[in-house]
Design a protein around this ligand. Structure first.
Ligand code: PMP
Ligand code: GLU
Length: 396
């Protein structure tokens, strides 16, 4: 018998963000100059003191297996950092460090959901959520939010989506792909429903440091007593410290759950890379000036991109409260020809923009929202200037 793909893996779509980025890299390898606004990752190098800590860790012989759920010192650093920023306590025994926040999300869904469970997933959603939920055997229930509501889940829409099978709400704040950033009151209204309806929340706060325009950030489990018991909090070093390649993320959850997930991980992958874990300790405990410096730069770019989008006729984007993405409404520019090619969908549009203008973005359909395209602004000002000139030319 030949090797066949399992039913559950058959149903999994590859990541569209990574696929668009791969296409951009392919063109680049063919000698083209490509303006890559597809994948969302800081364009900065990992700060020197973090790289130095990794070299020191290797030289000190920290090149062996660690505790499967992560180094105790790293878990302590994660809890200390959270306490410093929010005033709220987590114990290191509530923490599991994994190979990136994406792996933590997989552990969160796989470890807490059963086949048939429903997870409320506000759309537009980051590409990987729906697929990871499906991998756990559960069902993503997509709730469409609107540009008029700033792409935020409203209490009414949340309530309307709840059925007897609903187990979980997925909340990404600040949001990838829309940049929506919930206020404390907006979150509290959702938290109240979570408690009343006895649900669990996966709160993905990986962009918590990247909040602009004087907006404050509220971490979900700090909203009211008892919320910690029903929240799996996701974070990591990828975005905050420009460490996407190091693959360190974590979850914070009730202790019995974290303990079981540590056991699961001991069978799945053993520990995340020992050297990266030491680097992550240096990131969390070192000077935070690098975080502020990168945020200032991102905010400059966000302001620039906001203006460029406002200046191009027929497109719009909701205010970017956080993260580093513009979610651009291109619906008025679909259903027409570009350089002789008929473009009907956001996918067609993104592929033609890449083909004709060498600007890589990601189609809204991959985020559950047709009629939009996501453009990262984690790129240099020079790249952004040229990319938006080309988008304007393309649309004209
Ligand atoms: N959550 C969100 C919302 C993201 O945008 C990303 C970026 N890929 C992740 C999780 C995963 O991050 P990591 O690189 O740590 O796996
Ligand atoms: N979070 C980034 C993005 O959405 C990284 C790529 C990915 O893992 O999807 O583009």
């Amino acid at each position: 018998m030949s090797v066949e793909v399992s039913k559950i893996v058959q149903g999994v779509e590859p990541s569209a963000t990574l696929a668009m980025s791969a296409k951009a890299k392919e063109l680049k390898a063919q000698g083209e100059t490509v303006y890559n606004l597809s994948v969302g990752e800081p364009d900065f190098n990992t700060p020197d003191h973090i790289c130095d800590a990794a070299v020191a860790a290797m030289k000190a012989g920290h090149t062996r297996y660690t505790v499967a759920s992560g180094l105790p010192e790293l878990k302590q650093a994660i809890c200390d950092d959270y306490r410093k920023r929010t005033g709220f306590e987590y114990k290191p025994t509530q923490c599991v460090v994994s190979n990136g926040a994406k792996h933590s999300l997989h552990n969160a869904f796989f470890g807490s959901l059963n086949p048939g469970d429903e997870v409320i997933l506000p759309a537009p959603y980051w590409v990987s959520y729906a697929e990871l939920i499906k991998l756990s055997g559960a069902k993503p229930v997509i709730v469409q939010t609107t540009e008029a509501d700033g792409f935020k889940l409203t209490p009414d829409a949340f309530l309307a989506a709840i059925t007897p099978k609903t187990r979980m709400l997925l909340l990404c704040n600040p949001s990838n792909p829309t940049g929506a950033c919930y206020s404390r009151d907006e979150l509290a209204a959702l938290a109240k429903i979570v408690v009343e309806k006895d649900l669990v929340v996966v709160a993905d706060e990986i962009y918590d440091h990247l909040v602009y325009g004087g907006n404050g950030f509220t971490s979900f489990p700090t909203l009211m007593d008892g919320l910690q018991d029903r929240t799996i909090l996701i974070n990591g070093v990828s975005k905050t410290y420009a460490m996407t390649g190091w693959r360190i993320g974590w979850l914070l959850a009730p202790e019995p759950f974290a303990k079981k997930i540590g056991g699961l991980q001991s069978q799945e992958t053993s520990n995340p890379c020992s050297i990266s874990q030491y680097a992550a300790i240096a990131a969390l405990q070192g000077d935070q000036g690098c975080v502020e410096a990168m945020k200032v730069e991102f905010e400059k770019r966000r302001n620039y991109v906001t203006q460029r989008i406002a200046d191009i006729p027929g497109i719009s984007a909701p205010p970017m409260g956080g993260a580093f993405y513009a979610f651009i409404n291109i619906s008025a520019h679909l259903g027409r020809k570009y350089g002789g090619v008929q473009v009907e969908t956001s996918k067609d549009w993104c592929l033609e923009l890449l083909q004709q203008k060498k600007v890589a973005t990601v189609m809204g359909s991959a985020f559950g929202c047709e009629g939009y395209a996501r453009a990262s602004f984690a790129a240099s000002m020079e790249t952004l200037e040229i990319a938006y000139d080309r988008i304007a030319e393309f649309l004209a």
